[in-house]
Design a protein around this ligand. Sequence first.
Ligand SMILES: [Fe+2]
Ligand SMILES: [Fe+2]
Length: 328
Amino acid sequence: MDGPDDGNVFPGNWDVVSDTLLRTYELWFPQNWSPVDLPWDECDSKNFSPEERVAQAYWLSKLALFEKSGIGAFGAAAVQAATHEFEDPTKKFLSAVAFDECRHDEVCRRACSRVCPGFPYKFKPESELEEKAHRNIMALYENGRRYWSAFNQAWGKYPLELIFSSFFFAEIGAQLIFREVGERSTNKVYAGAFRNITKDESRHLTGTLAMLERLAERMTPVQKVMISRQMKHGFIYLSPLLFKPMVDFWKLPEDFFEYDQKLEGLAAGSGLGVPKVEDRKEAWMQAITRHRSKIEELGIPVPEIKEIGVAGLEVSVKKGDEIIATPL
Ligand SMILES: [Fe+2]
Ligand SMILES: [Fe+2]
């Protein structure tokens, strides 16, 4: 039987505390879009070479790792918010984000099934490039298991407020990468999908910043520094997609990056507009800088992230540390 502190979705509440969060959540309805309606004929394996096909499937499967952890994390967060009596827009906003992550993962699934059926789960590589692409993805997903175990345990270890207040950082990165991919994509499926995904991510960013603002009001300086740490963790977790994999967490084959770059180049050349590492680095730094004053106004120090040229509070993360970060 549930004890008094285990929480329960009943009796629930329909309280609205943050108007900004309510308005952000409400935007989900008019901005709703369907991955089913994208011009899928444009994404046909006949239009691409075998190398281009596996390269597109590779990047989409890399992206799907973060979308999948998003489905899990935001879904779990929605349940936590409901059982612990958070205001109504928090519960509904988090549920809507979980659904958006399903929609993003669905774009990845559909595109992979067209250009490279079975990739990655049931794929049998037939060339060296295919073998390396498949191996890279499996290595990432294996690391993803480690991430997820630690994230799952965080619910009992850290205050909910701390976990919720850190969601915004990944959204800064998400909004940035998808806008870049959408603008660079010449294939109509990818251009359309990533334009819509960017709209979703902008909404996620507005909403998670509204949550942060609410929650930070009642936080101590020590708790605020914990958010800085979460931001650093977020950088490390998202690094394989938004920059290049940080070895603090990611244990990957030695030639991982060499093939990663080769595959990303092929994907970009065939209409899926993945930006180059140097462009991503610059764009990520710019995106953090754009939000810096807002974060600092709330008393939260931005962590130093030397790798992409962000100055700030020194936060040390040792190799093998658990990474408690939130996904896209
Ligand atoms: Fe997403
Ligand atoms: Fe997101």
